[in-house]
Design a binder for this molecule. Structure first.
Ligand code: MN
Length: 247
């Protein structure tokens, strides 16, 4: 299995955009079955990088193909590789759900914290986006957003502000807090709200990467412009499926 995953990762790394698109399509049934399995099954995150669910150029013009390629195949791939190295060095079985490791991250090294968080955050980030997003959520998630933030527009402003004001590198989040209320916040570096060491705690529904590597080629220093454009590629169907897991 490991050999298969490794060769698949090497294949992805070397493949053309067309090849990548085919690889991505082959991953869709697993993704949809995870969504369709309903509230009983929470998704567990493994240590291997999963195929990107769309081609590198699929999110243009919001996110350019070069940024996506470098982000996925270099930055995010390195988090997965370094996570596996750290896990092995620290005696963590490679089949442990990453969520369980993050919940106890204060017991482990900085390398595991940075790369375990980095891998989890990116695996979530790719799935939180899609070409031509729906623009806004619907159903129970929209109702909860309107209840906890007064309106969808107020939610968007508060979420964007969390990204804009995160000093240096980090992430902005929408999470289901311990009391089941929706909360917006941000974390530094590659920390996330599943970590026992994080100030912001809860189950992440939506996260946006505000590291410069996520936007610098196209937006340079204009992080607010990136955050504004990013709403156009949010995969609200996926965010809703995460919310329903928590209901
Ligand atoms: Mn990133």
């Amino acid at each position: 299995m490991d050999n298969f995953k490794n060769s698949r990762r090497q294949f992805i790394g070397k493949s053309t955009k067309a090849g990548l698109a085919l690889t991505a399509i082959s991953s869709l049934p697993a993704y949809f079955s995870a969504c369709a399995s309903g509230s009983a099954a929470k998704e567990a995150t493994g240590f291997d990088q999963q195929p990107l669910p769309y081609a590198y150029n699929a999110l243009e013009p919001v996110i350019d193909a070069m940024t996506m390629e470098l982000h996925y195949s270099k930055h995010a791939a390195a988090y997965s590789k370094n996570l596996k190295e750290a896990a092995q060095a620290e005696g963590i079985d490679a089949n442990t759900p990453l969520e369980n490791v993050l919940a106890n991250i204060s017991k482990y090294s900085t390398k595991l914290r940075n790369n375990g968080g980095g891998h989890y955050n990116h695996e979530l980030f790719w799935k939180c986006m899609k070409p031509s997003g729906e623009g806004k959520p619907s159903g129970k998630l929209l109702a909860a957003i309107e209840k906890d933030f007064s309106s969808f527009d107020a939610f968007k402003t508060q979420f964007s502000d969390a990204g804009k004001t995160r000093f240096g590198s980090g992430w902005a989040w929408l999470v289901v807090g311990p009391d089941k209320k929706l909360v917006i916040g941000s974390t530094p570096n590659q920390d996330n709200p599943l970590m026992d060491a994080s100030e912001l705690k809860g189950f992440p529904l939506l996260g946006v990467d505000v590291w410069e590597h996520a936007y610098y080629l196209k937006y340079q220093n204009r992080r607010p412009e990136y955050l504004e454009a990013w709403w156009n590629v949010v995969n609200w169907g996926y965010v809703q499926s995460r919310f329903e897991q928590q209901a």
